[in-house]
Ligand binder design. Sequence first.
Ligand code: 2BA
Length: 109
Amino acid sequence: MKLVISIVQREDADTLLKSLTDAGHKATLVSTTGGFLREGNATLFVGAENDRVEEILDLVRENCHKRTRYLSPIVPVTEPSEFYIPEPVEIEVGGATVFVVDVPRHERF
Ligand code: 2BA
């Protein structure tokens, strides 16, 4: 058995969750926060038999899109702020960051 952990953008989370459950997968959606942007994202946990992992990865691929975010850099303390006009920095986020982890034991009580 495997646990597929997918970190996705919030905008994609609900459609991905629906696609997974429609295909018969059991999934848990958790609200999370990315360490770099400090923005909300979403993490889906899907426990599945090994032979269904590729199907799950296909659904993640189909439902999660790359998006561009712009970050305004913080003015360095060494720069006189009236001469420093920070340019927004472009960052591409997503589609998804996925970890596939072995599950040595799974119980439901
Ligand atoms: P964040 O940490 O908020 O990162 C958002 C996006 O910022 C990343 O998109 C990447 O494009 C960029 N980024 C992250 N760290 C950076 C850095 N040190 N310098 C420059 N740009 C940086 P994604 O790669 O698509 O990641 C989306 C989210 O997935 C991340 O949100 C984080 O929550 C999670 N993630 C990505 N890689 C991870 C990892 N190795 N372990 C745990 N979580 C991860």
